[in-house]
Design a protein around this ligand. Structure first.
Ligand code: OAD
Length: 310
């Protein structure tokens, strides 16, 4: 199943059979308010033992990486210099095959592991894992910050791929990541040694398939979850956004985001912490009695990162 760019509204999304589109629920908002009692939300988390977390670019904005769709700060609002036919073209396979320049400039700036560190949101996910509550973590992000925060890779499903490998967009020949990185850093265009096609990291562009594991894990983990936490995503891109509707109808769902997105507010056990993610996670950890754990986990890991960088 591929991700594509066009807008469409999907109400009954089945990950396996549903059309794969970039859709919007914004015209079908069920509620403009959502139950937000932080005490009740903390109680729900403390009683849960099988939590699915799904995330998007909003999780990493506090690390200094812009999201995509925020009106002035988002990536799509700041691409004029590239003279793209439409903003999403920068991440579209067919466009890249003839015009790799815009993506390569973006990739140079946001290449993972160079300029950015995990924030409290990433450490909160690590904390859920340490408390034995994390069933699976699904992310659209390609920045690798959850891995850097120490979340167990077997718990992470990177639905839109990673920067850990690269290949040719024409013949799929693997390309050495170190070569790709040094060429991007030197403003060179990585080209396949076999067929001269343009090379990109193995992140999932619009028009490409998601990893098979995503579909299997999403259905299984959501079905058996007792809480789904959705953080920092507009839920505009399918099939990833469909995860939010996979848990059973009465399973609790928590949204941590600036705004209400997707079908949040339509189910009996929906809750939301609206506003800044960092502040809400701090408040939640405070209620859970986890604040010291969160600080400790972050400090320990930052020391580890510093040592590894030496
Ligand atoms: P979006 O930019 O679409 O959505 C980010 C969401 O996070 C928005 O609802 C923001 O309001 C919210 N947000 C941002 N910073 C926040 C903060 N500090 N506190 C609270 N909320 C905050 O990003 P995604 O949903 O991740 O795909 O985008 C999905 C996909 O679209 C990406 O994976 C990417 C993009 O095109 C491809 O490129 C293939």
């Amino acid at each position: 199943m591929q991700i594509v760019r066009r807008s469409l509204c999907l109400l009954n999304l089945n990950l396996k059979n549903g059309v794969n589109v970039c859709g919007s629920f914004s015209s079908v908002r069920w509620k403009s308010e959502i139950y937000s009692d932080v005490d009740a939300i903390a109680k729900r988390i403390s009683e849960s033992s099988s939590i699915v977390v799904m995330s998007g670019a909003g999780l990493s904005t506090a690390s200094g990486i812009p999201d995509f769709r925020s009106p002035t700060t988002g990536i799509y609002a700041n691409l004029e210099k590239f003279k793209l036919p439409y903003p999403e073209a920068i991440f579209e396979l067919e466009y890249f095959k003839t015009n790799p320049g815009a993506f390569n400039i973006w990739a140079k700036e946001y290449f993972p592991g160079i300029n950015f560190l995990p924030n409290k949101g990433h450490y909160f996910i690590k904390l859920l894992e340490e408390k034995g509550k994390l069933s699976k973590y699904f992310t659209q992000n390609i920045d690798g910050l959850e891995r850097l925060a120490g979340v167990d890779p077997s718990k992470i499903c990177e639905a839109h791929g990673t920067f850990s490998s690269a290949s040719c967009t024409s013949c799929q020949e693997p390309y050495p990541m170190e070569d790709l990185k040094s060429e991007l850093m030197s403003d060179l265009t990585p080209v396949c040694k076999k067929c001269n096609g343009f090379v990109k990291p193995d992140i999932v562009f619009f028009g490409e398939n998601l990893p098979k594991r995503f579909f299997d894990d999403a259905e299984f983990d959501c079905l058996f979850s007792d809480l789904l936490i959705c953080v920092g995503t507009s839920l505009e891109v399918y099939p990833f956004a469909g995860i939010v509707d996979l848990p059973r109808h009465n399973t609790a769902r928590l949204l941590i985001n600036n705004e209400i997105v997707g079908s949040f507010g339509s189910r009996p056990n929906d809750t939301g912490l609206l506003g800044d993610i960092q502040k809400n996670i701090e408040a939640l950890c405070d209620k859970l009695g986890w604040s010291d754990d969160l600080t400790e986990i972050q400090l320990e890991n930052e020391i580890k990162i510093m040592k590894n960088q030496k």
